[in-house]
Design a protein around this ligand. Structure first.
Ligand code: DC
Length: 223
């Protein structure tokens, strides 16, 4: 069976950076599961589907084609690549609501499991270690306070010359945290046996170093 490393944690904690780093160093496949919910959210907005219309949401998830290209997730809707259209705050908000629907979550469980392919998988999200890949040998859980996460995102957006306010980012992240932790199905939890990294006082380089050492110890690799 292919190996799988899971990387879970709240919004804005740096899961993407760490997962991408690991998948590139190990040359493993990379599943950013949040993109699946974002893609469904994109279709929901595109087709003006009501968020309460569960059948509509389920059918939106079936209209999207997910595959791997160069070890990364490729998302197509009606033949069009939509991966570059889903990373904005509007889609994030809809995705957060879409992802709290149990039927939507259930409809993409098997799709996510199909990404577990040789030579291995790094899977990033909220329930990768707890629900989708409980058999994972290495479950990483990243944490940071809401102020730290909002502060990092604020800097990122400012660097890209977006006009944002820190209090608004804190409010948004806090609403997303509440939905992630409070939903009845697959809430954000620290998986059993997880390797927890508290990142408040660490730079991204320091987090990478900790993760790298853990991976080398677990798999006997030398990244
Ligand atoms: O990680 P992200 O911001 O791209 O995730 C988008 C949304 O999807 C976010 O509200 C949390 C949700 N999500 C989830 O419920 N379960 C996952 N495994 C990944 C993301």
């Amino acid at each position: 069976m292919p190996n799988v490393i899971t990387v879970d944690g709240p919004s804005g904690v740096g899961k993407g950076t760490i997962s991408e780093y690991l998948s590139e160093e190990l040359k493993w496949n990379y599943l950013n599961s949040g993109a699946l919910y974002r893609a469904i959210a994109w279709v929901v907005r595109n087709d003006s589907i009501d968020l309460k219309d569960t059948a509509g949401l389920e059918s939106a998830s079936k209209d999207i084609h997910f595959s791997l290209k160069n070890k990364k997730l490729l998302i197509k809707f009606e033949g069009m690549e939509i991966g570059s259209l889903i990373y904005n705050e509007e889609i994030a908000k809809i995705a957060s609501k879409v992802s709290s629907n149990p039927k939507v979550r259930r409809s993409i469980v098997n799709i996510q499991r199909l990404f577990k392919k040789e030579p291995g998988l790094v899977a990033e999200g909220r329930d990768m270690g707890s629900v989708i890949f409980p058999e994972s040998e290495l479950k990483i859980f990243l944490t940071a306070s809401i102020e730290t996460r909002a502060g990092r995102r604020y800097k990122q957006l400012k660097d890209r010359e977006f006009n944002v306010s820190l209090p608004a980012l804190i409010k948004d992240l806090s609403a997303r945290d509440d939905r992630d932790k409070g939903r009845e199905i697959s809430p954000l939890v620290i998986p059993d046996g997880a390797f927890v990294i508290e990142t408040d006082d660490l730079t991204i380089i320091e987090v990478k170093k900790i993760v790298k050492e853990k991976v080398n110890k677990t798999y006997g690799t030398n990244i």
